[in-house]
Design a protein around this ligand. Structure first.
Ligand code: NI
Length: 176
């Protein structure tokens, strides 16, 4: 049975520490960690989570897009578990979009991201995957990949005036 893990909050050094690569085959501990990350992300209503956010400095994250008010057309698919990921190409085109983070509760910020990326990672069996992401899934991938490098979305904002408390964000997004 998966266990809910405690989420590291902004200010915790683990969020600023580059994550270590994960060796294959995966150990039982790492398999349990991945199951627990999924459960913890779902419980917190997140669309992604990275291992450092549950106090494990390992290069693993989950991307799990689903429709939300900002991305009503987001396609809900099976969660992607990305191990030892690397973004190998980034589109010149940037798009701004609202992001939140389980490690930064209560805040949302408008963050510029590459609209399209080409990423390489390993799945849970150790198979190498090369895959293109665009729009919302690309945004989540970049956000989670940052977590493995000790970067949070606040660092990617070009204007901190585009930061909002969740209640104000909800009001703004409702207005469109
Ligand atoms: Ni985050």
């Amino acid at each position: 049975m998966p266990v809910l893990r405690q989420i590291a909050l902004l200010g915790n050094p683990v969020l600023r520490t580059p994550a270590r690569p994960v060796p294959f085959p995966l150990s039982d501990e790492v398999r349990e960690l991945i199951d627990d990350m999924l459960a913890t992300m779902r419980e917190a209503d997140g669309v992604g989570i990275a291992a450092p956010q549950v106090h494990q400095s390992l290069a693993i994250f989950i991307v799990a897009p689903r429709p939300n008010p900002r991305y009503p057309d987001a396609v809900e698919g099976p969660p992607i578990v990305a191990i030892n990921p690397e973004i190998v190409e980034r589109s010149a085109e940037m798009v701004r979009g609202w992001e939140g983070c389980l490690s930064i509760p209560g805040l949302r910020g408008e963050v510029p991201r590459h609209r399209r990326i080409l990423a390489r990672y390993q799945d849970v069996r150790g198979e190498h995957v090369v895959r293109e992401f665009e729009d919302f899934p690309a945004r989540i991938f970049q956000h989670e990949d940052d977590h493995l490098r000790g970067v949070v979305f606040l660092d990617r904002m070009d204007d901190l005036r585009d930061l909002a408390c969740e209640r104000e964000y909800a009001r703004r997004v409702a207005k469109g």
